[in-house]
Design a protein. Structure first.
Length: 606
């Protein structure tokens, strides 16, 4: 019996090494002798002194990083994971960090008298990383020792990430800064998403299972939940659906639902991210997720129904049909509310933006910055040498044609007509040039406070045609500028029942104020009206790192302008407000199909 169980365990272990294409394992060496010689290091790292040092490092890192949270958020949002330089750095850094991670597991096992006889390479999402078999810790009688072995790799990665974060915080932009940021991402983000997350069967899972004293938590939770469903729905008792105390059903049911949902969302997210650069590989991974997480369970349910007989089969078929009808009804018919929220900036109406009508040099400032002006008041005067020359040339040509027309003999009617036509054309051109010349004296189109754009002195500036020179900030009149990505504009095209600005006049909770769309650009652009809409200025859009001004987003966006509610409190121009779009209710199936279609169109650049 023991030999039979051993063969079955070996066969199960061999299958598990290659069953999951996202995590394949290949055994290489026996590291027990090497770890035995490094046992002193394990006692230092996982003793009281090591714990105090690690805790001090974490506190110091948090104190150092907290003031730089905005910069950290911007660099993370604009970080290109698939660029060649970052890709090479990632493939160099990740295996080294994982090697230290796995060695930490081995040292922790040796710290409490265990042995480690397997070390190899695993392919995690096709990325080669080392691994160590620390299963000997399962025999430790003290659960705190088992938990420390499971958490050893997490602690090591967080320590490495903390040191990298300190280097990132004190270094100037450059290779060292970028490499420290990469190490910080690898050590911190991978711990939160993968290793330290108890919903995946990695280190965090074993720590949780030992803390709850529930061995084989993942498999037991699935069997328990399926057993309870079979008993409640189909009336079939299942010996697997048993619990030993009052809290165990809560933990088993909650873990089964949470882990399955998280794994599904994570795999779909990975597939979506990969499809951005490797479209067909991402689609293949998404199809595999659908097959394993949806199609395979459905096939097992059909086999289960076919295996039933008599009254149990009739009840199982009836309950399955009812549940299928309810599910299709909820997904395909029941309308569900939909709201989208984004961040906008308080902006000025178009008549409050002072632009130059032509290319010119400002030679005279007629209003002081901060001065209150009325509509029609002159603000500054430009000088355009080319325009002055054009006016003088047209005036000379007009005088010449007028004099020639006055000296003609009255019998030469054909030449008179020709000169009259030329005089009419020159007069029109001269009038338009004079109007453009008069427009060089820029006047306010609305009442408000005169403010120079960019904070620079106006006198002596050379401005192109249509350039923003200044603003007239009115007392109450405002607009709100919102930059929407293509997916959000798709929802906007489906219809909007209500648009609200969430505005707060003080420390109290923001209140909603109804608004409407004033203007919307018909074509997407990567240019945004203000850097406050991108991550460089505290907005939601990922800023293009190549543009230091922050006016360029990575993804194309649509510029939408909203009216400012008359009953809303006054907000400073340039400040952020949240915008809430309430869309018509629609079934989940329709939204899912629309989201998949938009995702495909975005990935295909359509």
């Amino acid at each position: 019996m023991l030999f039979s169980r051993g063969k079955e365990a070996a066969s199960r272990d061999a299958r598990s090494r290659f069953l999951n294409p996202l995590y394949l394992r290949f055994r290489l060496i026996d590291p027990n002798d090497l770890l035995h010689r490094l046992a002193w290091l394990g006692r230092a790292l996982f003793g009281h002194a090591g714990a105090c040092g690690w805790l001090c490092l974490m506190v110091l890192t948090l104190i150092q990083i907290a003031p730089l949270w905005g910069q950290l958020r911007y660099e993370f949002a604009s970080f290109d994971f698939f660029s060649p330089a970052n890709g090479i750095a990632f493939f160099l850094v990740y295996p080294v960090i994982k090697l230290l991670h796995e060695i930490s597991h081995g040292l922790a096992v040796k710290r409490y008298g265990g042995e480690v006889h397997e070390m190899g390479v695993a392919l995690l999402v096709l990325l080669p990383i080392p691994y160590v078999d620390a299963s000997a810790a399962a025999a430790f009688p003290d659960k705190r020792h088992r938990m420390l072995v499971g958490a050893a790799g997490i602690l090591m990665e967080l320590g490495i990430a903390a040191v990298a974060a300190l280097v990132w915080a004190v270094s100037e932009p450059g290779r060292v800064h970028d490499l420290a940021f990469m190490i910080m991402l690898v050590g911190g983000l991978s711990t939160v998403v993968f290793n330290g997350n108890p919903l995946l069967k990695f280190d965090g899972y074993y720590v949780l299972a030992d803390a709850l004293e529930m061995p084989n938590l993942a498999d037991r939770s699935k069997r328990y939940l399926l057993g309870r469903l079979k008993h409640r729905l189909f009336g079939i008792p299942d010996p697997e659906a048993t619990a030993h105390d009052a809290w165990e059903p809560v933990w088993l049911t909650g873990y089964a639902i949470a882990s399955t949902s998280y794994r599904l969302v994570l795999m779909i997210g990975i597939a979506y991210m990969l499809s951005g650069r490797f479209f067909f590989f991402g689609v293949a991974l998404a199809l595999w997720v659908v097959a394993m997480q949806l199609a395979l369970p459905a096939w097992k349910l059909l086999r289960f129904l076919a295996a039933q007989t008599g009254a149990r089969r009739a009840r199982a078929l009836a309950v399955s049909c009812v549940l299928a009808c309810v599910a299709f009804g909820l997904l395909g018919w029941l309308p569900v509310p939909l709201n989208t929220t984004t961040r906008g900036i308080v902006w000025l109406p178009e008549n409050a933006i002072v632009r130059t009508s032509s290319r010119c040099e400002i030679v005279d400032v007629l209003a002081l910055p901060g001065q209150a002006v009325e509509a029609g008041n002159p603000l500054f005067r430009c000088d355009d040498a080319e325009l002055n020359t054009e006016v003088a040339v047209l005036q000379g040509q007009l005088d010449e044609r007028t004099a020639e027309r006055a000296g003609l003999d009255t019998v030469d009617r054909a030449k008179q007509q020709m000169l009259d036509n030329e005089i009419t054309t020159l007069t029109s051109r001269h009038l338009r040039a004079r109007q453009r010349q008069q427009a060089l004296t820029v006047v306010a189109r609305t009442a408000g406070r005169f403010t120079v754009a960019g904070g620079k002195a106006l006198a002596g500036q050379h401005l192109d045609q249509g350039a923003v020179a200044a603003y007239i900030v009115p007392a109450r009149e405002r607009t709100v500028r919102v930059a929407l990505e293509q997916s959000d504009v798709g929802y906007l095209a489906d219809g909007v029942e209500r648009i609200e600005l969430l505005v707060s006049a003080g420390p109290e909770k923001p209140a909603p104020f109804a608004t409407r769309i004033v203007r919307q650009t018909p074509q997407a652009s990567v240019k945004v009206p203000s850097p406050a809409l991108t991550t460089r200025g505290g907005g939601n859009l990922v800023a293009d790192a190549a543009d230091a001004t922050g006016h360029t987003a990575v993804e194309p966006v649509f510029d939408v302008q909203l009216a400012w509610p008359t009953d809303a409190p006054d907000v400073q121009v340039g400040g952020h407000v949240d915008v809430k779009f309430t869309h018509p209710p629609a079934p989940l199936a329709k939204r899912l199909a629309s989201g998949i279609r938009r995702a495909f169109l975005k990935r295909m650049d359509a």
